[in-house]
Design a protein around this ligand. Structure first.
Ligand code: NAD
Length: 373
């Protein structure tokens, strides 16, 4: 049983899919692990550290040769997988809806593509869930980046030279990233408010010491919503939300937007006219910028200034915390494969619930129901 870990090749990708900690654990399970030289460079992991943990190091071709499983952050180009075993598994982010061509190429090459973003959100799979582990870090980083861009302090300070007012932070979208954004902004001493379309988040916002700001005139999504996810809201709701937001954001210093709808473009939450009502010097961090953006005019990896307001957003926020993001992603991979490890066969055997959810291709065909549907 041979596991290969390649250096990521996507522009701006700093993470790596295994760490010395997970290499050691895979070796303890009886697997051989091969890592491409330099794979951990941006996550501050040296080749020597991988070697000490029990990995073989070599070129991409050396690492992939004879591999049963290839681990990645973003799925590698199929061309890089030449030499892997027939039917080898590749576990990584596949962006299945946005990159069907790649899924087709994996099917044609006979590999089993396992899309980590399709991990079902069930209790037993929580420790395998890369969307959660990476969103959590992204929520933290969004606040840190906004604080860095903001020309004022976050906490209230009473000094001999006078008082510095606490920053007012508004978080829109309270999923995994939003909850961490609230917690981080509170730790920095800001006054925090937050909103979502799912009513279950109200209590979560309050439990973190922030103020919920909700549309009350039109019903939102009851409780958690289906599977904890939001859907597209009615026109009436969107209008009521726009009015609520207009009144509120004019008084805010920092706005963090995190709203996503699975399989769709991110909902537009802030218009240019609303940005114009904010105070000059305010900062908006658009965590959804790579999915089309919650904020009119936001652009990935650029600071856009409009009406004196700085709008920031990264195409890959977790990649700005390479070491921690890699450590958590690598553990998600390990938790996934080790949970299904069959000692007799010396390899993982997936069950139906999780296997069928994450598997995109097998035996030369696209087999994912979500992609076929
Ligand atoms: P997400 O990234 O899909 O969306 C972020 C947030 O934006 C969500 O809270 C969503 O309701 C909100 N949103 C969408 N449209 C909006 C709009 N128009 N205005 C305001 N807010 C809007 O969400 P996520 O972080 O992936 O979390 C989704 C849910 O899944 C949560 O309830 C979370 O607790 C749950 N979850 C469960 C597990 C598990 O059990 N394994 C793991 C992770 C997350």
């Amino acid at each position: 049983m041979r596991i290969a870990v390649l250096k990521e090749r996507a522009p701006g990708e700093t993470r790596v899919a295994a760490t010395p900690e997970t290499v050691k654990k895979f070796v303890a399970l009886g697997a051989a692990v091969a890592v491409e030289e330099g794979a951990g460079e941006f996550a501050s992991i040296s080749d020597a550290a991988y070697r000490e943990a029990g990995a073989e190091l070599g070129s991409a071709a050396d690492a992939v040769k004879g591999a049963d499983i290839v681990l990645g952050i973003q799925a590698p180009d199929v061309a890089l997988l030449q030499g892997a075993k027939a039917g080898a598994w590749v576990a990584a982010l596949f962006e299945p809806f946005g990159n069907r061509e790649r899924v087709g190429a994996y099917a044609a090459a006979g590999f089993e593509a396992l899309a980590m973003e399709f991990m079902p959100r069930i209790t037993r799979a929580q420790s395998m869930d890369v969307l959660s582990s990476q969103s959590n870090l992204a929520g933290y980083k969004a606040v840190i980046a906004a604080a860095d861009t903001y020309g004022r302090a976050f906490p209230m300070m009473m000094t001999a030279a006078g008082t510095v007012q606490a920053a007012k932070v508004f978080v829109m979208g309270v999923g995994v990233a939003g909850l961490q954004a609230i917690a981080t902004a509170r730790r920095l001493g800001a006054q925090v408010s937050a909103t979502d379309v799912r009513s279950a988040t109200k209590e979560q916002i309050q439990s973190l010491g922030a103020k919920p700001v909700f549309v009350e005139s039109v019903a939102g999504i009851e409780g958690e919503g289906s599977g904890g996810y939001a859907t597209e809201m009615s026109e009436e709701y969107q209008k009521a939300q726009a009015e609520l937001v207009s009144g509120h954001i004019a008084k805010q210093d920092i706005v963090i937007t995190t709203a996503l709808i699975p399989g769709r473009a991110a909902p537009r939450l802030i218009s240019d006219a609303q940005i114009a009502t904010m105070k000059p010097g305010s900062v908006i961090f658009d965590l959804a910028v790579a999915q089309g953006g919650n904020v009119e005019g936001s652009a990935a990896d650029q600071v856009v200034e409009k009406h004196g307001v700085k709008i920031v957003g990264y195409s890959n926020t977790a990649a700005h915390l390479a070491a921690d993001a890699s450590a958590l992603f690598a553990r998600n991979h390990y938790n996934f494969l080790s949970a299904f490890w069959d000692k007799e066969q010396g390899r993982p055997v997936l069950d139906e619930e999780i296997g069928d959810a994450v598997r995109l291709t097998r035996g030369g065909e696209v087999v994912s129901e979500r992609l076929k549907g």
